[in-house]
Design a binder for this molecule. Structure first.
Ligand code: ADP
Ligand code: ZN
Ligand code: ZN
Length: 802
């Protein structure tokens, strides 16, 4: 027997499996998806078995044996192995990267595997003899004793359990469980207890009122109010029993909880749900774009669609852009599905993450919620995959393998023949375009679920404010609005849009932003050379001293920080209690949840923050949302700038007036006529979509074209440029004339960590040669250019092009 193994050797230039011989005694244990140790040159390395075969093309004398088996149960299913192959090809990555991205970090590390005995009475004698007094033994020791076949059998029967050693050390937590007899026994115990033993009587009565087979000791004490000595008295009398039970780590679940009851759906929600259920019942892969305004009840549709597939014994994956930013959302899922939910939280330690992964792998949970990588949750009977806020750029991984979670979700749905829901108030142009072409099925929610009106949106022209002598960050309208809310004891959200911070040059008098003469994109300020550059065509010019439009001297790079905003806010309303939320205040574990929780509890009047506050907040007392500078993201040197601005403004506006109190939004800008800002007044997506699509068509940008960026970096500026030229020429020679190749040009950050960066852009509608040509380029780079210190990356459909 031969195992094909992908070895884990960083930077090894060859991307293919190697053949290894499987020792005869392991033939019944060996299967695809296991990790093994194999000899590789002089070393012993970890590898993944991707296939089993009976013959090798190689000389049998050249084939080395597998040295050790790390797992007994595959860590990667047949499905995930196939997915990794597809993903590697699709993203031009190496298969080892694609395999590893699917596993929790703890699995990737080289921890020892341990076998623990669960039901010793079912072991046969010789095995028990080998174990002696030991309850656990390393898998390696069992292998050396030629017992792997037996262990595998026992593990399948649940007689033993295989874990990693780390999990033994850091992860298992034990609690004291109290086992409670049935009502009849409790009642007779009550009769037998002397009424002087007041506390014991009290506890017995409490237990009668809270029927349960078992409960944690701490829970009983907390809820019933009795102390440990009372429990002990009943234990001594053997009315109740106790045992130590291992539990999975309790996650820092936020305290806000859903009532757990499904809502009565609105007509729109109901027809969306029916369409999804139908696809599910027909076992049909269908991708739904659920386009619903903020507060229209998309989440409720997700919840009920999941409920539908759970009832059929299937599983669901829910992806959110950043799990730590959505504590309210995860709380709703936990409230609805309780213990069936695993939250793959970025704040978890690697042991905790491994725990959650294992709970999924064993089928103990049915719903996994997490950010991008949760799309690889090791379910085997998937019934539904959901991407909430599908337009968010965090769904694209920006390091190898550069996959998009949406593509992976659709691939898995295809494998399991089940639906995918992409949900958003402001879908990506790509997705909406696909929906209009019936590639995706469009489902629309046009009304807010609780019938609240969308907030009133006012756009304030900051140029006018400047003219009337107001030099503060707050317009008169916003300042008045803030004071009014403080008086009424309502809450305020202030967004400081920090995307594109300081990167463009703006005239404070007329609002002109300096743009490239050849492209429809603002120039980027480069401090090192005091110049403005276009990252599309390479145009470069000095920073102007006066505005090219109005000759004003008030022209400078734009940007302010949250800290400065907080200081100004203090001058404006010293009495206000402000929570500031930005990278500085949320860097510690759980800080984000805590700040949001405090705000939800009414411990502050104003929540001031960067885009991280735009998502998912559902607090009834927020009645005013202010956007301090809507422009900043508008002038990013990125063709998606308008789209991202519109999305952000719509999302943050949606935080206001979600409950009984009506909401109001004040958007401050230097560019009130811009269509992305103009249209955010009504928060109507379709008119924006149409205008933006027109612009994209005229300029030849996605979704009319696909885009791939190849980036080259080197410590030596000449070498960086030279390889960029070589790479670009190679693409020009090899790709068809249908493809447009732009570059090489300097990258947005032209020097990073002392490496000079260049890039080349490929635009195409159809290019069948693309994947093989890029693979050839990658291979050439790995086997030759990399040795000269070049770092090259290939990024298909990047989320931003600078
Ligand atoms: P979205 O995800 O589209 O922003 P949510 O699902 O969070 O919207 O719903 C917004 C609010 O409306 C939530 O407080 C939710 O509990 C409530 N809600 C959703 N659907 C209904 C319904 N059918 N009836 C009453 N309230 C609903
Ligand atoms: Zn000007
Ligand atoms: Zn240009």
């Amino acid at each position: 027997m031969i195992a094909e193994v992908i070895v884990d050797v960083a930077a090894y230039p060859i991307d293919r499996p190697f053949d290894y011989a499987v020792p005869a005694e392991w033939e019944s244990v060996m299967e695809p998806g296991l990790r093994v140790k194999v000899p590789f040159g002089p070393r012993k390395v970890v590898g993944y078995v991707t296939a089993i075969k009976m013959h090798s093309e190689l000389d049998s004398g050249k084939i080395k044996p597998v040295l050790e088996i790390i797992d007994l149960e595959p860590v990667l299913s047949t499905e995930l192995l196939a997915l990794s192959k597809w993903m590697a090809a699709e993203t031009i990555a190496y298969e080892i990267d694609a395999l590893q991205v699917m596993l929790p970090a703890a699995m990737r590390a080289k921890y020892e595997k341990i076998m623990r005995v669960v039901k010793p009475e079912l072991l046969d004698d010789s095995f028990r003899e080998f174990l002696g007094n030991r309850e656990q033994v390393s898998l390696k020791a069992l292998q050396d004793a030629h017992l792997l076949n037996e262990v595998k059998k026992y593990s399948e029967q649940g007689i033993v359990q295989i874990d990693t050693a780390i999990q033994q050390k850091t992860k298992m937590k034990k609690v004291r469980m109290i086992h409670i007899p049935d009502t009849a026994h409790l009642e007779s115990a009550l009769e037998e207890t002397h009424s002087n033993a007041k506390k014991q009587v009290e506890l017995l009565q409490w237990l009668l009122l809270h029927p349960s087979k078992s409960m944690e000791a701490s829970e009983i004490m907390n809820k019933s109010g009795v102390k440990a000595n009372v429990l002990k008295a009943l234990l001594d009398k053997q009315v109740i029993e106790q045992s130590q039970v291992e539990v999975y780590r309790e996650l820092d679940a936020p305290k806000m909880r859903d009532s757990g009851k499904p809502e009565q759906l609105t007509d729109e929600q109901q027809s969306a749900l029916s369409a999804i259920e139908q696809a599910s019942d027909k076992k049909k892969q269908e991708t739904f774009l659920l386009h619903g305004i903020t507060g229209s009840g998309k989440t409720e549709v997700y919840l009920q669609a999941i409920d539908h597939v759970l009832k059929k014994g299937k599983e669901a994956i829910v992806l959110v852009p950043e799990i730590s930013l959505t504590p309210q959302m995860t709380a709703r899922f936990k409230g609805r599905f309780g213990e069936l939910v695993a939250v793959l939280h970025s704040g978890l330690s690697s042991g905790e993450k491994y725990d959650e992964w294992r709970r999924i792998h064993r089928g103990e949970v049915k719903v996994a919620i997490g950010a991008r990588s949760a799309v690889f949750a090791p379910f085997t009977n998937l019934g539904l995959l959901i991407l909430d806020e599908e337009h968010e750029s965090t769904y694209k991984q920006e390091e190898s393998p550069r996959y998009h979670a949406r593509d992976v979700a659709i691939w898995r749905a295809d494998y399991h023949r089940c639906p995918v829901i992409l949900g958003s108030a402001t879908p990506s142009l790509e997705s909406y375009a696909r929906a209009t072409k019936d590639v995706y099925t469009l489902l629309t929610l046009t009304k807010r679920a609780k019938q609240q009106a969308l907030p009133e949106v006012q756009v304030v022209d900051m140029r006018e404010e400047l003219k009337t002598g107001n030099r503060s960050m707050f317009s008169v309208a916003l300042a008045d609005g803030i004071r009014q809310r403080l008086e009424r004891k309502e809450q305020i959200v202030l967004l400081l849009n920090k995307r594109g911070f300081s990167s463009f040059v703006l005239c404070r008098d007329c609002g002109t932003v300096v743009e490239c003469p050849n492209c429809d994109i603002s120039l980027t300020y480069h401090r090192s050379s005091e110049s403005l550059k276009c990252h599309y065509c390479g145009h470069e010019q000095p920073v102007p001293i006066e505005c090219p439009e109005c000759a004003s001297e008030h022209i400078r790079f734009f940007g302010t920080g949250t800290q400065k905003a907080q200081e100004e806010l203090y001058k404006l309303v010293p009495e206000a209690r402000v929570i500031r939320m930005d990278v500085d205040t949320t860097s510690t574990k759980g800080a984000h949840e805590r700040l949001l929780h405090d705000f939800g509890e009414g411990k502050a009047d104003i929540l001031l923050g960067t885009q991280m506050i735009a998502k998912g907040l559902d607090f009834p007392r927020i009645t005013l949302v202010g956007v301090l500078a809507a422009d900043t993201s508008l002038h990013l040197a990125d063709f998606r700038a308008a789209e991202k601005t519109f999305q952000l403004l719509t999302q943050v506006s949606g935080r206001a007036g979600r409950d009984q109190l009506p909401g109001e939004v004040v958007i401050q800008t230097y560019d009130p006529e811009h269509y992305a800002i103009e249209l955010s007044k009504t928060q109507e997506y379709v008119p924006f979509y149409e205008l933006e699509m027109d612009r994209r068509r005229q300029l030849g940008y996605p979704p009319y074209y696909f885009v791939t960026v190849v980036q080259f970096s080197h410590e030596d500026v000449l070498k960086a440029a030279d390889y960029a030229h070589k790479g670009t020429s190679f693409l020009m020679e090899q790709l068809s004339s249908e493809s447009v190749i732009i570059g090489p040009t300097a990258a947005a950050i032209s020097r990073l960590n002392n490496r000079y960066r260049y890039q080349c852009l490929v635009k195409y509608k159809q290019e069948p040669a693309l994947v093989p040509v890029l693979q050839k380029l990658l291979k050439h780079y790995k086997t030759s250019w990399a040795k000269d210190g070049l770092v090259m990356s290939i990024n298909r459909e990047p989320t931003a092009i600078f």
